[in-house]
Design a protein around this ligand. Sequence first.
Ligand code: KIV
Ligand code: ZN
Length: 508
Amino acid sequence: MIADEYVEIFDTTLRDGEQTPGVSLTPLEKLEIARQLDRLGVDAIEAGFPVASQGELEAVKLIVREGLNSEVYGLARVNKNDIDAVISSGASNIHLFIATSDIHLKYKLKLSREQVLEKAVGGVEYAKAHGLKVEFSAEDATRSDIEYLKKVYKSVVDAGADRINVPDTVGVMTPAKISQIINEVKSVVNVPISVHCHNDFGLAVANSLAAVEAGARRVHVTVNGLGERAGNAALEEVVMALHSLYGRKTKINTRLIYETSKLVSQSTGVIIQPNKAIVGENAFAHESGIHTHGVLSMPLTYEPIEPEIVGRKRLIQAGKHAGTHGIMAKLQDMGFHPTEEQLKEITAKVKELGDKGKTVTDTDLAAIARSIIRRGGEEKVIELVDLAVMTGFKVVPTASVKLLLEGKEYVAAETGVGPVDAAVKAIQKVTDSLANIRLKEYRLEAITGGSDALAEVIVKVEDRSGNVMSARSAGEDIVIASVEAMINGINEILRKRKDARSQLNQNV
Ligand code: KIV
Ligand code: ZN
């Protein structure tokens, strides 16, 4: 193995990836993905299985006509009909296959080893006679008798195959076993070897990497690890591990990995699991206080690679494990600049929501921050001491509030069409006589989903002189959030009046 040799990436998203149960792409969708794979820099694109359907043939034709930099392959079994379909697609590269394991020979092909060998050689000769570049796969190679497998590979190479591929068709390899097979095969062929690993035991990427270490020059992969059953080795994982852990190069422009993954996910409808390596939503997200603190001081503490390398951004998540450092960084990003006290209060609120099992989205965090920053740090002229509401099917909604104004407690009770209405009216009853302030506008917005959704209440309050102030509050209890918003608004007006008075006194 020459360590600085490029490892070639053979992308089979459009063939094996499309064999993911429930996935079917139109020729135009395939074309769009092929263009993106070409931009990404894959060496080869397996565009489809032309004999399978008219649409498949059409897709391969379209992709061939694009004149991409990547080589375009069509898949075929080793029979004339399949090979002719690839020829008619215009592709100049063919991926030819026939199974070589006794299980497949006995139960699927119903052929002897000699017959399979003959067909394999015949197929390669026919394809070569038509000017195609041939990559030959012994399907189920890893469960085939090793001496027979070597005989097949040697024979197809003698017949003109340009490359041979070792498929771990049902994903039963371990890194040590696949290395051994690659070494065995290497001893009988002098053409480049590819490896094609399935992920039935979650080892597709590890096995592909082990095969490369053992001398495989090309790796078959799919974007997002799509493919039959548990899928194929994921392009993004193989490439990033080769670059970052094995010191090997590929021609992939890694900065396009994330957008490619998104495109494939959107076109195929296969959602990427959040904790998927490299492209999952959480792959560069940090929530715990310890981690966010570390990452914010030095990304290397908890990030093995920079997110930008794969076209991503770091995400600091607000949640119950969050610490003030992370929340502060996030708030500053959003344009908030809380004081230390406000930050503590915001963090406490985020944790409280997290403890209740809620995910705190950016919108939630912004609502919490707005409500705390608006009222915080400033003198509270009026304060809520107590609130009680009563409501029910046959009960008239009633609320009583106790407010503290200039050191004196005021109590009022009111009824309303609902508990919010009753509570707001009760506050107004106190403040209307003392400060002539009324509620002018009221808006309620549910931010998070569910019956325990975080709600944001935005109010406009007005005094007799026509001063209008808006205020807001957020919380899971609509009544409390409404009362807090109302009181925040009243405080805003009272502070404004106070400021105006002291201004007047200074001027006198
Ligand atoms: O997994 C497999 O064996 C295949 C063959 C067509 C190479 O996809
Ligand atoms: Zn496969």
